[in-house]
Design a protein around this ligand. Sequence first.
Ligand code: CP3
Length: 370
Amino acid sequence: APSLGRRLAAVVFVDGARVIETTERNLDAVSESRFVRAARGQGQGRPPVWIMRQAGRYLPQYRKLRESHTFVEMCTEPDLAVEVSLQPWREFGMDAVIVFYDILFVPEAMGAPLEFTERGPVFHRPVASRADVDGLRRPEKGSASGPIVESLRRLRASLPREVAVLGFAGAPFTLAAYLVEGDFRRSGDRIRRLIHAEPEMIDALLDRITEATIEYVNEQVDAGADAVQLFDTWAGLLGLDHYERFAARYQKPIFEALRERDVPAILYVNGASHLLERLPACGATVFSLDWRTPLVAARRAFGSRIALQGNLDPTVLFAPPDEVARRTKDMLESMRNDPSYIVNLGHGILPETPVASVRAFIDTVREADA
Ligand code: CP3
């Protein structure tokens, strides 16, 4: 295909040593993974489907394993992480498997003490001053990435090529928000105040996180990730100007790093309706839309410049299975024949979601014709 040729030519000039690896990756992806084909705008037949947070507490298998292990053990022991990553795939047969881990292990490896409590994650010493920022270190090689890299390797080795293996990271703004807020059941006021009170401090913090994240995603690609999703969950808290200045600006070098490796990047932002106009230029290959904006409206705004992922409201899965199937069909119909579409929810699946409705959602997509 001509586009493949162009990509290869670009890579040859950048880095001769990576050519062979990239060639193989491309040929594999283009010929064998429904997910990567759609991400690259080459989808055929039904769209691929997976679910954000597809491994988790709504699954009895997950809860069973979780009874005898902490969440951190499940993330950091590759035997457990691989098992949990595979549970939803065995149960429902999604087109992509996301590795089991958490976005907050990167800031932890930078030196911020983290605890996952019953009520969610907490940073015990929130970042409050320039001295706190300067106290954060560049993660030692493998300290954040060791477990996720090993889990990705094993997943890639054990799954058929037609199933994509996804890595992920938190975007700099979202990780900075967690570090500053400490406990994110707070409102997000603190980071927005600091942007005005001490913008240089926030830039310094974002710089450090960005540097660590570029290394982190590159290691995931080395381990075999077919695509990488960047979660900028909290960036929707920002107005357009600050989104540009404090979120998009720091996503960009991460997307550039992934582009250089020829690995599709997915961006998720929760509550992004007010940002639509600037998202086509975000640098990601795929934009993962929350449930508030209809996919067709986003497609109209974006043109064909970017693939779309989403966006069934996760609470729809609390409807009876036939209603879930009906709404899923409506969504599929609205994106019919779009070669750059990946089916997902508009945010992570909720812990109490009925399994029968998840099955109705996935089966409806898998049984759809072109
Ligand atoms: O998608 C997947 O299946 C992969 C695993 C994954 C988890 N967290 C597992 C998890 C991914 C991709 C994440 C990303 C993540 N982590 C995000 C961005 C995604 C989003 O929803 O926008 C955020 C904000 C976090 C931070 C985090 N980790 C929070 C807020 C919580 C508590 C919320 C909750 O559901 O309890 C976690 C814990 C967490 N991460 C759980 C899981 C399955 C629940 C842990 C448990 O079993 O008790």
